[in-house]
Design a protein around this ligand. Structure first.
Ligand code: NAP
Length: 461
């Protein structure tokens, strides 16, 4: 028999036996939705309510009894009631003794109370085994069956057997339980639904800030300057030309910012001579949101690709090409092919295509469904080696785009360089420092430090 098969059997929910009755206190939105889902999954459900009158909203196969009567019919009781009303459980303490109480409650604010709702419940009914679960699943998702976004159910509790019973129910409902440990984890679990994309805040704010800065910058250089000096109205640049300048610039800076904290961390470790000393908080936070920074960068790069695709159909571009052809026809001259320019233009496009291809590859490998299927070494290879290669290609794409315009005074307007020149600052710093760090005199001690060597024990914690 397969060595692992017994484990698989143990993890699978017990589908052959008749399901045990589950009691739900509270016939509100969440209680009803959970009750409905449980009945669908084969669980007999009994509701404990202040009013034993049944209504058309309550699942028709469920019984509605008083709290005391309902509690006696089940070993597991789900408390689908707000924390503010938990007092009513105190007189029921004797009946609830030894029962598994599942706290599903959420709060209106992060860390609203000094202790979690689940710990508060455990204090009110000390004889019960309290488990926190289901708070990250919404009543609407349960009822409509669209639980894709919240298929994971975080479970925590001090009693292993009670936690196992709840996790079996979670699996039977087609959801995925994630054991978060003891009841101490409840506060964090209760805060999850109140957080709004916590890891995305910094990358999104930063990218919006950069986009706003480069919008104003390009507006001054490309619209206001020609209007003031040449009386030309290029205000239509706001629709495509300026966004197509902002997107690659922001994408390149953000991509470089994905790799900058790694380089800073290496310098700090080399300076301290140990890895056993915490990085400053800002660096820790920055490192934690590198994936999100990279994905936002990829979004900007994708927009750049889309904007570039429409260039040939733009009326301004078609006008420029036709007037150039006309002027050559009128002068009866054909401009000779400038092979240097052709080389630069083709290389610039090729570098952009390759850079974008690797960028997409990086984005795909960061998806959990893909990263879960590669080992740590493979993941590091893609994210670090291919990541740096992407940064090199995208930086080279921008450098070749600049060509020999970097030194030309006519490309400066009001002493302001082109936006793409500014976008090269951070990537060039990252690549130069990374290059220096590869030298054996730095790479060797850094590898030793990362393997646990301590060259400077005064910094160890
Ligand atoms: P709800 O619709 O307001 O229902 C709460 C229920 O609590 C009421 O229907 C009532 O049931 C009972 N109740 C109210 N006052 C009470 C009192 N003084 N004493 C005893 N029972 C009382 O709220 P809900 O949306 O179902 O939420 C219930 C719990 O689930 C909350 O803790 C919430 O944080 C949590 N939750 C909700 C969702 C969601 O999507 N709604 C998602 C995750 C977690 P009876 O009339 O039957 O007594």
């Amino acid at each position: 028999m397969n060595k692992n098969s017994s484990n698989i059997m143990a993890l699978a929910p017990n589908t052959s036996n008749k399901r045990e009755t589950v009691c739900i206190f509270g016939t509100g939105d969440f209680g009803r939705a959970l009750g409905h889902k449980m009945i669908q999954s084969g669980y007999p459900v009994v509701f404990g309510s202040r009013s034993t009158q049944t209504s058309s909203l309550i699942p028709k196969d469920a019984e509605v009894l008083s709290h005391a009567e309902a509690a006696q019919k089940a070993a597991i009781i789900i408390i689908a009631i707000q924390r503010e009303h938990y007092d009513f459980l105190i007189p029921l303490a004797e009946i609830l003794h030894g029962k598994v109480l599942v706290d599903v409650s959420n709060n209106l604010k992060i860390n609203q109370y000094p202790e979690s709702n689940a710990e508060y419940l455990a204090q009110l009914v000390p004889g019960a085994k309290v488990v926190k679960a289901f708070n990250t699943v919404s009543a609407w998702a349960l009822q409509s069956g669209t639980v894709d976004a919240s298929r994971q159910v975080f479970v925590c509790g001090d009693n292993m057997e009670a936690k196992q019973m709840v996790m079996d129910i979670v699996r039977a409902l087609g959801l995925t339980p994630l054991d978060q440990g003891s009841l101490l984890a409840a506060q964090e679990i209760e805060n999850y639904p109140l957080q709004l994309f916590p890891m995305w805040k910094f990358p999104i704010l930063l990218s919006l800030g950069l986009a706003a800065f480069f919008f104003v910058y390009s507006l001054i250089r490309d619209v206001i300057y020609p209007y003031v000096y040449e009386n030309k109205d290029f205000s239509f640049f706001i629709a495509i030309s300026i966004p197509n300048r902002i997107c690659p610039v922001v994408a390149l800076i953000l991509l470089a910012l994905v790799y900058l904290p790694g380089v800073l961390a290496a310098i700090i470790q080399l300076y301290r001579g140990t890895k056993y000393c915490r990085f400053p908080d800002w660096l820790d936070k920055w490192m934690l949101c590198r994936k999100q920074l990279g994905l936002v960068a990829l979004a900007f790069a994708s927009l750049h690709v889309l904007y570039t695709l429409v260039i040939p159909i733009r009326s301004f571009v078609r006008w420029r090409i036709s007037s150039r052809i006309l002027s050559q026809a009128l002068k009866n001259v054909t401009e000779p092919l400038n092979t240097t320019h052709a080389w630069l233009s083709d290389s610039y496009l090729a570098l952009g295509i390759l850079g974008f291809f690797l960028f997409v590859l990086l984005g795909i490998t960061s998806l959990p469904s893909v990263s879960n299927n590669v080992n740590w070494r493979e993941f590091r290879f893609v994210q670090s080696k291919l990541g740096y290669l992407t940064l090199i290609l995208c930086t080279a794409h921008t450098l070749v785009y600049g060509g020999n315009r970097f030194l030309s005074p006519s490309s400066y307007r009001w002493y302001l360089p082109n936006a793409y020149m500014l976008s090269l600052i951070v990537p060039c710093i990252v690549l130069v420092v990374k290059f220096v760090l590869i030298f054996p005199c730095l790479d060797k001690p850094l590898s030793q430090i990362r393997q646990g060597w301590e060259r400077n024990p005064q910094y160890s914690e």
